[in-house]
Design a binder for this molecule. Sequence first.
Ligand code: MF3
Ligand code: CO
Ligand code: CO
Length: 269
Amino acid sequence: MDQSNKGRVNRDGIRIYDPSDFAGMHKAGALAAHILDEIAPMVQVGVTTEALDAEIERMVNDAGAVSATIGYKGYQHASCISINHVVCHGIPGPKVLKEGDILNIDVTVIVDGWFGDTSRMYVAGKLPRKAERLIEITHASLLKGIEAAKPGNTFGDIGHAIQTFVESQRMSVVRDFCGHGLGQVFHAPPNVLHYGRAGSGPKLEEGMFFTIEPMVNLGRPETKVLADDWTAVTRDRSLSAQFEHSIGITSDGAEIFTLSPAGKFHPTY
Ligand code: MF3
Ligand code: CO
Ligand code: CO
């Protein structure tokens, strides 16, 4: 259970925030998205992931915000940077980006106590054709999940929308990681699965805040975590992509808190 005392917790153990709480999430989400916009030109062949992370940490601090990931369960960086077959939780380090690498950059900031959590795909150099299709489908699957996120639907409807779309494209959805409630805490109930049966799971209600963050593989869905206890990779070493938004359920749909202020999302345009 989360420690926040805003709003109330419903019968499924999911916090329901007040209409006035959307403004705080919007501000935090906009900063996280802005940082993802600003890092884009730095993603180049020859740059290290620790250089990207240092720049992200500087942007978080300059904005007067706090990194949610530094100190989280011992994690020491302001971002996760996951290259090629790394599914998520890649640790920034001395690794140098090379031509055609695709990477997810995931940033979570805290602004006035509210959490904004978002990630996007980038490419170093020219985007390889197979990776381009993976990235397009992964982004489209996030949008399908968000379309299903409205009162009257269930969390299962979100997972079902994502899974059926991804599998119709002969790609696979990772089962080992999920989205999560957030708000004045980083990770809160429920687990937001990116697969599932239509109509299953808790009902969606106005005032719920959570992430949707599908990870999609070109090969099989299985993952494993490396000896560093963070880096998750595809077992078959196939390419993996991910996009993440933080959203809030409204009376008739969802507000995306982490939309890019500059309208960006794609690695190449
Ligand atoms: N931002 C990730 C998420 O989407 C969590 C990263 S936790 C970290 O939930 F410690 F690895 F940074
Ligand atoms: Co998240
Ligand atoms: Co994230």
